[in-house]
Design a protein around this ligand. Structure first.
Ligand SMILES: Nc1ncnc2c1ncn2[C@@H]1O[C@H](COP(=O)(O)OP(=O)(O)O)[C@@H](O)[C@H]1O
Ligand SMILES: Nc1ccn([C@@H]2O[C@H](COP(=O)(O)O)[C@@H](O)[C@H]2O)c(=O)n1
Ligand SMILES: [Mg+2]
Length: 485
């Protein structure tokens, strides 16, 4: 993404549908019911692609397996360059010992690129399974590979073709001593591949070693990380996994707007989102899990307040150097759904003042009007936590933030807390108020033609306060029944 301008990135992030969306917050009419911004056609949710290169038997597969194991709660797929070996012709098969499997031309890079492109577009692909005994990739059924958060591409010459290199977000070179590689190769090829030692040594001296020197070693310079000793290097693997986790936790919008904070996803958080987004979830469960998520967002938001250093004496008589909370605070909820966040804020900040803003949505054009406000008189001297669980078009947020600014609150003193944010709303708010902070728990796919957030969770206020028209779902669908209690 490096050299692209913000505008380029915004346009790319909204994909082909960007023209329906205007930066003044209004949205062009659409009639096909499709999202105005979709996850699949923008830069969102692009998989993190890791390339792992190195000499044969250097430990590439071992390193990949360790990374996959440590990333156990992420969807990861491994694609091997071996799967893209060209099938040998009858003539080549007859003289297989003269065939150079370590030369860049031995691989069908076009097929590899096309498979990678599909995976990056979120489509499943069938990847051939190469048979080292028959030298063919059509002996076994192909392996169906589903799109994932992380794609690991592994192979001796994976950095050789610049088109493949460009796909990678992280490049790793496994650097293992040549003698070790040869020893492992002899053991592997005589064991797994059923070859005799003379053939293995002959192939090594004729092709493997020269190709390593001529084609593989020169690609080491492209690596971001070089791992000496391969799978034995636990420190390197831990650092790599940590980096991948950080990158995965960062939504691409966060790279455009540094004041947008998406709390790092975990299975717990995704589980809570799954429950509150499920239309069959009972009101009781909706409130319970929404409250848990709100509490997380509030705690995260409070972490962005300024602090002063403070020393205290512990009961052991020791000095503990800590920090003092920011005292000049106030919450402001956007009525009505924002009121659902007040309890969590009160639970975290004893005695906090909370103001209210009521904004009326006018018809279906995505425009809103400020109806009512009740704010602390000294609000201009306070840091404001603005509460609204959903950031959709951004129009309500713009109304609310504009009012706070008119009341004298510095833009940089406003932290907007919500549970879900649509990219359109993020663009609108962050463009207009680049100094405010937004803290959210998930970024949505987009808005539908009615300007509702999708996938979303429906009318938050109605579901939280129990004023939706729908009857309670059948008992069998309730969490209580699911848990057998
Ligand atoms: N750190 C290690 N210690 C001992 N054996 C290893 C180590 N790393 C890999 N091996 C063994 O060496 C062989 C080649 O390793 P592998 O990870 O398949 O390498 P590559 O994928 O680079 O060809 C395998 O039989 C593997 O079990
Ligand atoms: N039919 C084949 C195809 C490839 N090789 C050797 O495999 C090595 C690459 O695999 P790694 O798992 O070690 O990366 C490479 O050195 C080829 O010579 C083979 O022997 N036979
Ligand atoms: Mg391997």
């Amino acid at each position: 993404m490096g050299s692209k301008s913000v505008v380029d990135m915004i346009e790319a992030s909204s994909g082909a549908h960007f023209s329906g969306f205007h930066m003044d917050g209004s949205l062009g009419a659409r009639s096909n019911g499709q999202p105005t911004t979709s996850a699949s056609d923008g830069i969102y949710n692009q998989p993190f692609v890791i390339g792992v290169a190195g000499g044969a038997a250097s430990g590439k597969t071992t390193v990949c397996d360790m990374i996959i194991q440590q990333l156990h709660d992420q969807r990861v797929v491994l694609v091997n360059q071996d799967s893209f070996y060209f099938n040998l012709t009858e003539e080549e098969l007859k003289r297989v010992h003269e065939y150079n499997f370590d030369h860049p031309d031995a691989f069908d890079n076009d097929q590899l690129l096309s498979a990678m492109e599909k995976l990056r577009q979120g489509k499943a692909v069938d990847i051939p399974k190469y048979d080292f005994k028959s030298y063919k990739s059509d002996v076994f059924p192909a392996r169906r590979v589903n799109p994932s958060d992380v794609i690991i591409l592994e192979g001796i010459l994976i950095f050789h073709d610049p088109r493949i290199r460009e796909l990678m977000n992280m490049k790793i070179f496994v650097d293992t001593d040549a003698d070790v590689r040869l020893a492992r190769r002899i053991r592997r090829d005589t064991g797994e591949k059923g070859r005799d030692i003379a053939t293995v040594l002959d192939q090594y001296s004729k092709f493997v070693k020269p190709a390593f020197d001529d084609f593989i070693l020169p690609t080491k310079k492209y690596a971001d990380i070089i791992i000496p000793r391969g799978g034995d290097n636990h420190v390197a693997i831990d650092l790599i996994v940590q980096h991948i986790r950080t990158k995965l936790g960062q939504h691409d919008l966060c790279k455009i707007y540094p004041n947008l904070y998406v709390i790092q996803s975990t299975f717990q958080i995704r589980g809570m989102h799954t429950l509150i987004r499920d239309s069959q979830t009972t009101k009781h469960d909706f409130v319970f899990y929404a409250d848990r998520l709100i509490r997380l967002v509030v705690e995260h938001g409070l972490g962005h307040l300024p602090f002063t250093e403070k020393q205290v004496i512990t009961p052991t008589g020791s000095v503990y150097t800590g920090v003092d909370f920011c005292k000049r605070l106030c919450g402001v909820s956007v009525v009505r759904s924002g009121e659902s966040m007040e309890n969590a804020l009160r639970a975290c900040c004893k005695g906090i003042k909370i103001g209210k803003i009521l904004i009326h949505r006018e018809g279906d054009n995505g425009q809103n009007q400020l109806i009512y406000e009740k704010l602390p008189k000294d609000i201009a001297d306070r840091h404001v936590l603005l509460l609204d669980p959903i950031l959709g078009t951004g129009n309500s947020a713009v109304q609310a933030i504009s009012l706070l600014i008119r009341k004298g609150v510095p833009e940089a003193n406003i932290i907007f807390l919500n549970l879900i944010s649509a990219p359109q709303g993020v663009h609108v708010v962050c463009k207009k108020f680049p100094r405010i902070k937004i803290v959210t728990s998930e970024i949505e796919t987009g808005l539908n033609e009615d300007f509702r957030v999708i996938p979303g969770m429906g009318e938050f206020g109605d579901r939280y306060f129990g004023t939706d028209d729908d009857d309670e779902p059948p008992v069998a669908a309730t969490a209580a029944a699911k848990n057998g209690s």
